[in-house]
Design a protein around this ligand. Structure first.
Ligand SMILES: C[S@@+](CC[C@H](N)C(=O)[O-])C[C@H]1O[C@@H](n2cnc3c(N)ncnc32)[C@H](O)[C@@H]1O
Length: 409
């Protein structure tokens, strides 16, 4: 029996992948009620609801050395751009330290951590280095790779940093890609052995014309012999949004701002610092309009104070009115013929030919949750649990490599 402890388990995408690969999860934890309910319903009642920072390692089962693997996709909000002003010392107060603490205590043979791609570039890579080094210091050989779930047969482009560590003196093996880019019927990937990426159409096309459940989150219908639960979606996409009243020419505005900045003693860097941004101000002063951007009204007024420019564009830039959403322009629309964009916890994409967001089940299928995995909670909670998850199939492939290492010992 290969035993696992799972932290930050959420609804259990990563856990289900490990379970499917033959691991036995003895303890899991999350502090979100709905995610825990979903986990209990589908994976097992070994999950404990609670804040990990308040759970002593003694209260987690398994003596030192008895656990094979500890897994955990630690949250990383603490490292986000909003926190760039924090010192590195402060940034140590983050949740990966909980993972580190439990690993240090339980001494698993392997650990697997998952995180967003942005972790690689945070503070020019210093955050990731700090994390890797902390795991090395407690005796683990640690490696990381950026894996795209689409390359492993998941119908979704989702790049995630996977960190693997072991203390048994073996190399950390990441799974080989099985799928590659398939473009206009031509493989553009150099590896001809790869299967084509799985498309959105392949995976959720069959649900396009299935009516949404009206508010009944856990009801089901049978479609093509498949029992479909959680086919609920936000249909509030015909709403209005606040947009600029007047057409504005990005290139004109950028040229204009560039002119006024050149007359001032404000460098782009100083402006960024003033606003607390990184690289944003640079886009306001671009000459080409490919990468330029127009400041939002509050920034515009602040910039005007700094650069003392005239009123020429004030009205165009800062007059906002409520407008109807134009799907094709304003929202991310699922692309039917390739893997979907990343399924996020907050704003699922718009269905390609239905004026609604993807249903929770459609998102779950794009995350490779099986049809009989039923999510609990409100619609927003469903979207959050699903969007937070590691795709089950990707987790299973990572788990299989680790299992090979453990069983060949
Ligand atoms: C990225 S999600 C993990 C998803 C999970 N690995 C999966 O595959 O489904 C991170 C999870 O950490 C949980 N979390 C955040 N802070 C926590 C804390 N202090 N204690 C316990 N859980 C926490 C969140 O509720 C969330 O479900």
């Amino acid at each position: 029996m290969l035993n696992i402890i799972s932290l930050f388990s959420g609804a259990g995408g990563m856990d289900l992948g490990f379970k499917n690969a033959g691991f036995n999860i003895i303890w899991a934890n999350d502090f979100e009620k709905d995610a825990v309910k979903t986990y209990e319903r589908n994976i097992g009642d070994h999950i404990v609801l609670g804040d990990i920072t308040k759970i002593k390692s003694d209260n987690i089962p398994g003596n030192s050395g008895e656990i094979d693997v500890i897994i955990g996709g630690f949250p990383c909000q603490g490292f986000s751009v909003a926190n760039t002003k924090r010192s590195m010392k402060d940034s140590r107060n983050f949740l990966y330290l909980e993972l580190l603490r439990v690993i240090k205590e339980k001494q698993p043979k392997f650990f697997v951590a998952e995180n967003v791609k942005g972790l690689i570039s945070m503070k020019q890579g210093k955050v990731l280095d700090m994390i890797l080094n902390d795991f090395r210091k407690i005796g683990y050989t640690v490696d990381y790779q950026l894996l795209n779930a689409a390359d492993y047969g998941v119908p979704q482009s989702r790049e995630r940093v996977i960190i693997i560590g072991n203390r048994i003196g073996v190399p950390n093996i990441f799974p080989d890609k099985t799928h590659g880019v398939y473009n206009d019927n031509l493989f553009t990937d150099t590896n001809k052995e790869l299967l084509p990426h799985i498309t959105v159409k392949d995976s959720i096309g069959f649900l396009s014309d299935v009516e949404l459940f009206n508010g009944k989150l856990i009801d089901h219908v049978v479609v093509d012999g498949r029992k479909i639960y959680n086919h609920v979606a936000s249909t509030k996409v015909e709403d209005t949004f606040w947009g600029r009243k007047y057409e504005v020419d990005q290139a004109d505005i950028c040229d204009y701002l560039k002119y006024w900045r050149s007359k001032s003693d404000w460098s782009v860097k100083k402006i960024d610092e003033h606003f607390g941004y990184r690289h944003t101000a640079g886009h306001w002063f671009r000459k080409d309009n490919d990468s330029g951007s127009i400041p939002k009204p509050s920034d515009w007024w602040e910039l005007k104070k700094l650069l003392n420019f005239d009123d020429k564009f004030d009205k165009e830039v800062t007059t906002y009115i409520e407008k109807p959403i134009l799907y094709e322009q304003s929202l991310r629309i699922t692309n039917w013929d390739r893997p979907s964009d990343t399924i996020t916890a907050t704003s699922p994409e718009i269905h390609v030919n239905k004026k609604r967001r993807l249903s929770a089940r459609e998102c779950a299928i794009l995350q490779t949750f099986p049809d009989d995995f039923i999510f609990e909670g409100s619609l927003n909670s469903l979207y959050r649990q699903i969007g937070n998850a590691v795709p089950v199939l990707l987790a299973e492939k990572i788990a299989s490599e680790i299992k090979k290492c453990l069983t060949s010992q």
